[in-house]
Design a protein around this ligand. Structure first.
Ligand SMILES: NC(=O)N[C@@H](O)C(=O)O
Ligand code: NI
Length: 171
C-alpha cells in the first residue's frame, strides 16, 4: 500500500489593507491632493505608486501579464519564491481581474513559516518593495494584470524553490 501524500500547510488569502501590507510595500492609493484637470472634468492624482526602478541604470518597464483559468485556480500549490533586489514591482489587476500577492518576508531566504497571501481586488494595486520574497504571479482564474517593474541589461530575479508543501486557498 503506497504511503499517503504528505499534507500541505494551508495559507488563506486575506483582504488587502495598507496596514497589513505595510511590511512588504504600498497599496496604490490616490492621496488627498487630487487636482482638477481637463476643464474640471477630471481629478488627477500623481505618484499613486512609489516606483524604485532606477538602481544601476534601470528604467521603468510596464508589462501586461495574461493568465489562463487552467493554471490559475484554487487551491494553489506554491512552487518557489523570488525576489528582485534592485527594484520594486507593482501589480495592478485590470478590469474584473483579481490576483494574489503571496509573500515570505525580506530575509536572506524566504521565510516559509511566515507566508502570507493577500487578495488584490479590482480597483486595488500594490507595489512590492525591492527584496521582498514573493511567489510568481497567481491570479483568480484568467486575468490581465499590469506590472510595472525595473528593467535593466541584466535580469534581477533570484528564485528559491520551496522546501515545504504549502498551498494557498481562497477561504
Ligand atoms: N518573472 C516575471 O516576469 N514575473 C515575476 O517577477 C513575478 O513576480 O511574477
Ligand atoms: Ni517578481
Amino acid at each position: 500500500m503506497s504511503a499517503p501524500e504528505p499534507t500541505s500547510r494551508v495559507v488563506l488569502a486575506q483582504p488587502l489593507t495598507a496596514r497589513a501590507f505595510a511590511p512588504y510595500g504600498d497599496l496604490l492609493a490616490p492621496g488627498e491632493a487630487g487636482r482638477e484637470i481637463n476643464f474640471g472634468t477630471t481629478q488627477r492624482f500623481d505618484d499613486v505608486a512609489r516606483l524604485d526602478v532606477e538602481e544601476q541604470g534601470g528604467r521603468a518597464c510596464v508589462a501586461l501579464f495574461r493568465t489562463d483559468a487552467q493554471t490559475h485556480r484554487a487551491p494553489y500549490p506554491l512552487r518557489a519564491f523570488e525576489r528582485h533586489r534592485l527594484g520594486s514591482q507593482s501589480f495592478i489587476p485590470l478590469g474584473a481581474s483579481r490576483c494574489l500577492a503571496v509573500l515570505a518576508g525580506s530575509g536572506d531566504t524566504p521565510d516559509e513559516a511566515a507566508i502570507v497571501a493577500f487578495m488584490i481586488e479590482p480597483g486595488q494595486g500594490v507595489t512590492l518593495r525591492r527584496g521582498v520574497w514573493h511567489h510568481p504571479l497567481i491570479t483568480v482564474g484568467a486575468a490581465d494584470v499590469l506590472v510595472i517593474e525595473r528593467a535593466a541589461a541584466s535580469e534581477d530575479c533570484q528564485v528559491m524553490a520551496m522546501t515545504t508543501r504549502v498551498e494557498v486557498r481562497l477561504g
